[in-house]
Design a protein around this ligand. Sequence first.
Ligand code: NAP
Length: 369
Amino acid sequence: MEKICGAVRLSPESSTTARLLLPLTRNLSRQHGVVSFNRLVGVRLPHRHLTSLTALTTHCSPSPSPLVSASVATETSAKVIDGKAIAKQIRDEITEEVSKMKNAIGVTPGLAVILVGDRKDSATYVRNKKKACESVGINSFEVRLPEDCTEQEVLKFISDFNDDPSVHGILVQLPLPSHMNEQNILNAVSIEKDVDGFHPLNIGRLAMRGREPLFVPCTPKGCIELLHRYGINIKGKKAVVIGRSNIVGMPAALLLQREDATISIVHSRTKNPEEFIREADIIISAVGQPNMVRGNWIKPGAVIIDVGINPVEDTNSPRGYRLVGDVCYEEACKVASAITPVPGGVGPMTIAMLLSNTLISAKRIHNFQ
Ligand code: NAP
């Protein structure tokens, strides 16, 4: 364990996210459109994927301005929101529920994953999902197709899983090979089994008052779950979401709105983002820019959920890099009232929410309370 600002920062070895899952470049995500945890890989990163932050070992880079020093208290005040512990608690709850369901009606929830091609990162992610399913007693089904298979073949497997009563959740691992139309494929997943929550009908329902989505995308759902489990009041608060991607930022903003927060969304074209961020009681950041949010951008007492996972060069680490969030933790933990670490914050929650969505699906399909 390494201590920063008096708060415990989990060592990379202590986090599944850090040990097994590392983010790929921003270019990759843009190239492939909708991308989820599939951008997380378990391979050593080529040097070009790392942001050079040698100076970051003790400070966020660049050096804090005088304004930062003035606004930041000398002592750590933030409570660490421990996503790893909460995710474990949720997995334990799911294990119990799965067992109850099995005993009561003889049904075991099932998750099917379709993997096309031989990308190492996607294979690692699929393996992690499989392991997570096993750990809570959920059945997992896996289809591996070669890179050069046709869209029709993928659609056929989706159709089979849509009709298979032992499958309650379907995931198509992204990115897909470039000759395939991602939208056609994702739209083919039955909305009743769309455990990633990316189907336009699920997102549409999330956005509409009085409508309920069947599934909420896993990472934003994990962010809100952390706020709930730490007893953080959302109603009537000012919240800012930094980033507006389909998989994190946009659904996170919709969720906060459903919880009666007043939302601002900051994106790459926002002028003076710090002006919006400084107003916020709750900050959810999903940008992918290491240490972008500085201590003096944060209102004292704000709650920070940092979704960003950014590898930065660290010559002190045996692997030559370490993971940091979008928020400069060293500065933020002196101003905020609560903050998620990276790693060990939102990361572990995403898979926990995938398991939760699969269980919800099985319960709904079999009308089991
Ligand atoms: P994305 O699709 O690349 O979206 C990034 C968003 O950030 C975009 O909306 C972009 O604005 C905005 N942005 C980029 N630069 C900005 C800047 N300088 N100021 C303000 N906004 C800026 O990324 P994503 O998939 O949402 O992922 C975001 C981060 O979360 C990444 O670090 C990723 O690895 C991490 N992540 C973590 C988990 C987890 O489970 N912990 C899951 C998914 C993603 P525009 O829309 O204007 O381009």
